[in-house]
Design a protein around this ligand. Sequence first.
Ligand code: G1P
Length: 293
Amino acid sequence: MKPVRKAVLPVAGLGTRVLPATKAIPKEMLPVFDRPAIQYVVDEARVAGITHFVFVTGRNKSAIEDYFDRAYELEDTLRMKGKTDVLQALEAELLPPGASSFVRQQAPLGLGHAVWCARDVVGDEPFAVLLPDVIVRAAPSCLAQMAQVYAREGGNVIAVEPVPESEVHKYGVIDPETRDGRVMKMRAMVEKPKREAAPSNLSITGRYILQPQIFDHLARQGAGAGGEIQLTDAMAALMQEQSFHALEYDGRSFDCGDKAGYLRAFAAHALADVELGARCAEILRELLAEERG
Ligand code: G1P
């Protein structure tokens, strides 16, 4: 079985739900407490063994490329001032030379199209997809948990989680057939179903381990939900040929794609901070008390 070494991160989205900041800053660079959202997702993948990152970008996203590069002037200044701890922290978050690729999605045709744009860089090997709108707090990391399932089962593995029935229309939803602990075999999956048509309340979390044959399906895939080329539709087609497992991962996800979700992610990471968590909790309590008058 070939190991999963590469991860595709679709980062071309316009971030319209978090305007106006995203006019000038990619939404993936918005800080979630003390680090940009994208850093959490890259860390999740690195601890799962990913060594190469394929960012599918669009116009106005160059800040992401710069972020993972060296910042010579900054590093030099920090060195002169003897701020070695800050320097070391920056060093740890760099991607090694040659460990990232950037491809452009020239038009917003959907997630499936974005993943397809990475086909030449991924080549003929299994790969991961991580949607950076979603930060997952989990130990081991969500993708690491999926990699364990992949090592046992091979094929394709996706992460899922239960959501309220009133929310299923926002997600890809799976139709589970059999279940063994947290791992399920699936009959089908559907993108953004109406509540009445949803086969379950298990939503796709935005973490995938896929075989390269998905690209053949994506190349042929017509527009689906929302008029976009959907990854879920191509996976549903590939499911007719290859094994697919869903893992109800152990952890908690934060969808930073809209303002309320972003606040929740920010607050949760602030509260979980080893040094500042207790102070952050005090601040939040004070704010709520003031609000209540
Ligand atoms: C995408 C996927 C969907 C998945 C969701 C997770 O939807 O298409 O299947 O459940 O991410 O956040 P989007 O949020 O881009 O509409």
